[in-house]
Design a protein around this ligand. Sequence first.
Ligand code: NAD
Length: 292
Amino acid sequence: MAEAELMDGNLVAQQVRKGLKDEIAAAVAAGGRRPCLAVIRVGEDPASAVYVRNKRRAAEAIGMESRETHLPAEVSESALLEEVRRLNQDPSVDGVLVQLPLPRHLSPDRVLEVLDPEKDVDGLTVTNLGRLCAGEPYLVPCTPRGILTLLDHYQVPLAGRRAVVVGRSRLVGLPVALLLLQRNASVSIVHSRTPDPAAYAREAEVLVVAAGRRHLVGPDWVRPGATVIDVGIHRTEDGLAGDVDYERVRTVAGRITPVPGGVGPMTVAMLLANTWTAYRRRQGPTDGAIPR
Ligand code: NAD
């Protein structure tokens, strides 16, 4: 039986990181300061601790500075916002992210209202999402940017193609749909209120699944030969699983991302790319161009 081409996020992310490392080394050799990523972590969520550690290691491995503010779970909203403002003002910091989820008494929306959009390396502020909607993307959410980078690496045609995105979150579904639209795909978004989402999915030449439901997508959702991007991450007794039933879908799809080793590594690489973008813009390009 034919098998889909595997889209190797580890490989592509490594190439991205290598490119960034070289560019940073050149900037530092020319007398520049190092780019700096600051992460705020609140409380003791074990998964958040792992994610933050991975992000910091990835930043340091390419020659960036990384800082972490660890606040107690019971921190007040005003103290958290004060820390965000402090990092906004710190001229040696280029990117700031607040690791989610936050404890229930803290609102991510309030944080995003305060965060300087020029340092918003997760691309989640209203300003950066608005820039994306207006067709002038600047700091784009990391997972969607990573998905487009992966599609480009594997030269997946997008213009004029049918794309279906499963999920409409601010973090993944909505921005990835906008990015696909800007690349001239014809995009449908399906979500939890869509009757028969599989019927839409079966039309897709490019199918992006970000539903947060383990193995939601089986072979009956997939058009033969389609490119299938699995964003989902689920911890199971057998390790990580995605929203796509990989073993069964790979016999139908033309290309597919595995979990782990697909979209996940791209997300971290794009966080670094966004930090580098913010750094260069803050260094002040003289021609007014937005660095990409
Ligand atoms: P979310 O819960 O915010 O959004 C899920 C979306 O899926 C919603 O819009 C909902 O309407 C839709 N949905 C839910 N069930 C559905 C169904 N049965 N049919 C159609 N649509 C349905 O989740 P999110 O933040 O967008 O994340 C989605 C998944 O991606 C999660 O598993 C998350 O862990 C993972 N994730 C992975 C990365 C990565 O780097 N790989 C990054 C972010 C999120």
